[in-house]
Design a protein around this ligand. Sequence first.
Ligand code: HSE
Length: 435
Amino acid sequence: MKKICVGIIGFGTVGSGLAQALYEQKERIKQRMGAEVVLTHIADISATSLPEQFSDVILTKDANDLFTNPDIDIVVELIGGMEPAKTFLLKAIANGKHVITANKALLSVHGKEIFEAAVKQNVEVGFEASVGGGIPVIKALKEGLVANRINSIKGIMNGTGNYILTQMTDHGTPFAEVLKTAQELGYAEADPTYDVEGIDTAHKLAILMSIAYGLNVNLDHITTEGISNIEPVDINIAREFGYRIKLLAISNNHGDHVEARVHPTMVPENHMLATVNGAFNAIHFNGDTVTDVMLYGPGAGMRPTGSAVAADVVDIGRNILAGAVNRVPALSYQPEFMKEPKITPMGELSCPFYFRITALDQPGVLSDIAGIFAKHNISIKSVVQKGRGQKEPVYIVFRTHVALEADVIAAIAEIDALETCTAPTIKIRVLSENE
Ligand code: HSE
């Protein structure tokens, strides 16, 4: 029987998940693929031994052993970060190896260079696990939705962030405590600020936008705000109003320009995205032919991510066996049709807003704030004061009708400059029910 030989660089959470999936599913994969996947090498700088089931696998500290080994067909980079991950991938490609990576940070910054190098060498780049953990979202977008103009992408793409918001919403657990549990469960990035500040979600949105629109979208194109400013009071007020706060990636396709943003969002509680809880992810596409599609599943963790990387191994293995390498281009579009994006300026966006203003509880404060909103053409839908301060400031919460982001930025700058406003205003964009 034919063999597809694989070497893994990095035996951490995802590397172990892949090795275990290939081990547990060996027979099933053989039957589905018509060949055996053989894990021959694992390169890891700190592992000193491998679990018993991998006793045939060669453990090395030097990733170069994989690039130069003539038997290895596919090199899987699972160390994360920029360097040496980028050098490893480019070296593997230069040596004619197909590569797989789960490294969304790297792809969202250097993807163009890596994909171009792979095209030159006629090797494949698999990156299913870079977005949505175990959800086969890359394959669905590249292949299943190929006959669509993608009109919009919206999603919850960070398991850690969603787990934190869910625990805060359901149990009122403090932020730091939930983050610690997410780290223990293997959801969080090495640097968890990537999770909570929306950067990991932005990495993933850049990758999906590139495939969806045939545009070279990178991290710099995405406006990113995280969830670290969200307080239990925001979550509770949102709930009183019938909303859940979610960290959303949003891109609407306006044809000659596209939105690219990640921020906490108040989602109506009857919206499908509001029901996605814990470390689960969901990605919603609107396509002109299919209409609405939402993919839902485990967005992080060892086994789901291992499942996604193993699917790339089989995909590439099948193409090798069929003599059909790069049958599907890495970003779905043929490389010569990829274009540079024009991103919608944030100031041009319009949506309803939620503001939490911290102000002294004294005469005239509300009318000053309301006057500033009126001056900037922002129409108030409702206002609630939380608490009655003596000397302590209170929260005044406003909800607005649809307002222009540029007007909102100008109004908040004026409000925050008032002597009676004692902390920066928290702004959360509100998703409409029909979005
Ligand atoms: N840290 C990521 C998350 C892992 O929490 O979603 C999966 O990309």
